[in-house]
Design a protein around this ligand. Structure first.
Ligand code: NDP
Length: 455
């Protein structure tokens, strides 16, 4: 295997492998970061498991099965023709159809989607459900667009994407900038072109094949993960002060579950700044935020005016003292310095709702300090898990109750916690959840790839 011989030290093995990967994928910094984050655990594991090493499983896993890139032309309300770029990275389908969200954001590029698709493969494996990994999206920005413009964009996007997806092939879902409105337009167009009503997207409305608990699943799951990590240390969430970034889908339902479990969430943010409410965001204030973000599509700064609290323009919330932190906005939002500030202020646990929100140096700080740290591939897996259950319900043409789905979600998150503990517990009993998640997620995919032979 490239860069792997038993004569090298573990760090030399990782360094050699990363040199090969970076040369092969120049400039794709987020993709390099994501592979490194998995490689530091999986590459040393290969030395002890030569069957994976000889079959070059990890190297094969850094090459997506297929990438589709396409033009998306659409007309704005003023009659001008606009051109965006659409993508679908079908990363790996060893254990099930490609599955992963669509992101509509101006920052979207191939590096970001390859990192997300790579992570998704391990995350989906961790859920225990039969789902491969994929991710897609566009550099289209839904912010500031009318509903009619978003509809025309989604219809144009799906007019190409539809030929590459299907309920047994690839099942996209939402992500940043793709919520209930966008999924509805996308599903409507798929249904119209394919002349099929199938579970080809998840996150659908309840009236047309959606699942109860899907909107809540990622945020709730992220808090369940924290609950289980604390329990493992004989502690609990109740009474703890929590800071949350973001104010979208994941952040809203993280805050909702924190309130329900008796914690005090004091911050939320968007890309313009964050609010700090020392009294705590309660159910009533959260309902106000949901209306602000889901209906009016307003800015979080309006909360500060409405409730008379501090608003910090252009800042992230990591300087606010807390015991628990839930980054739920976007990648690389916690730097090494932010991590140090969190530690100095007494933070004892971080559960990543967003994908790869902590830079590698920040993760190193958390782990050196031996605080609880759950990486995104474990902490936010609840979303895709309930998406998997939406696929199951669509196949069976029936719907499960909210209670039943919440029970499944709870069990899946506990199972993820426990598998991370099996593979991540170190000699001093510290649980390295990142290592545990990486290895547990890798093994299932790797075993399937081994069984298929060379392809
Ligand atoms: P939403 O679009 O609903 O919300 C995103 C939130 O993050 C918004 O408040 C947004 O602010 C903020 N944000 C986005 N980009 C930036 C940025 N560059 N800097 C600061 N703030 C930013 O997305 P989701 O809540 O669905 O997703 C959030 C994260 O969770 C993403 O990393 C996503 O990949 C991950 N995730 C989501 C899942 C889901 O089920 N939805 C499942 C698993 C992971 P603004 O409105 O100003 O842009």
């Amino acid at each position: 295997m490239v860069g792997i011989t038993s004569k090298l030290s573990q760090s030399e093995i990782v360094e050699e492998f990363m040199g090969w990967l970076e040369q092969r994928n120049p400039g794709e910094t987020e993709f390099h970061q994501a592979v490194y984050e998995v490689g530091i655990n999986v590459l040393p594991f290969l030395l002890e498991n030569p069957e994976y090493m000889e079959a070059e499983i990890f190297r094969r896993l850094t090459e997506p099965d297929r990438i589709i890139i396409f033009r998306v032309a659409w007309q704005d309300d003023a009659g001008n023709i606009q051109v965006n770029r659409g993508y679908r990275v079908q990363h790996n389908n060893a254990i099930g159809p490609y599955k992963g969200g669509l992101r509509f954001h101006p920052s979207v590029n191939l590096s970001i989607l390859k990192f997300l698709a790579f992570e998704q493969t391990f995350k989906n494996s961790l859920t225990g459900l039969p789902m491969g990994g994929g991710k897609g999206g566009s550099d289209f920005d839904p912010k500031g667009k009318s509903d009619a413009e978003v509809m025309r964009f989604c219809q144009s996007f799906m007019s190409e994407l539809y030929r590459h997806i299907g309920p047994h092939t690839d099942v996209p879902a939402g992500d940043i900038g793709v919520g209930a409105r966008e999924i509805s337009y996308l599903f409507g167009q798929y249904k119209r072109i394919a002349n099929q009503f199938t579970g080809v997207l998840t996150g659908k409305g309840l009236a047309f094949g959606g699942s109860e608990m899907r909107v809540e699943a990622t945020g709730y799951g992220c808090v369940y993960m924290m609950k289980d990590m604390l329990k493992h240390r004989g502690d609990s969430i109740g009474g703890k002060t929590a800071i949350v970034s973001g104010s979208g889908n994941v952040a809203q339902y993280t805050v909702e579950k924190l309130i329900e479990l008796g914690a005090k969430p004091v911050t939320m943010s968007d890309s313009s700044g964050f609010i700090f409410d020392p009294a705590g965001i309660d159910e009533e204030k959260l309902a106000w935020i949901k209306e602000l973000k889901q209906q009016r599509r307003g800015r979080i700064s309006e909360y500060a005016t409405a409730f008379g609290v501090e608003y910090h323009e252009g800042k992230r919330p990591w300087g606010v003292p807390c015991q628990l932190a839930f980054p739920c906005a976007t990648q690389n939002e916690i730097s090494r310095e932010d991590a140090q500030t969190l530690l100095n202020n007494g933070c004892m646990g971080v559960s990543e709702g967003a994908n790869m929100p902590s830079e590698q140096a920040a993760i190193d700080r958390f782990q050196d300090a031996k605080i609880l740290f759950s990486p995104s591939k474990a902490a936010n897996a609840g979303g895709v898990a309930v998406s998997g259950l939406e696929m199951a319900q669509n196949s069976m043409r029936l719907s499960w109750s909210r209670d039943e789905l919440n029970r499944h979600l709870r069990e899946i998150m506990l199972d993820i916690h426990n598998r991370c503990a099996v593979y991540g517990t170190e000699s001093d009993h510290y649980v390295n959840y990142l290592k545990g998640a990486n290895i547990a997620g890798f093994i299932k995919v790797a075993d399937a790839m081994l069984a298929y032979g060379v392809m």
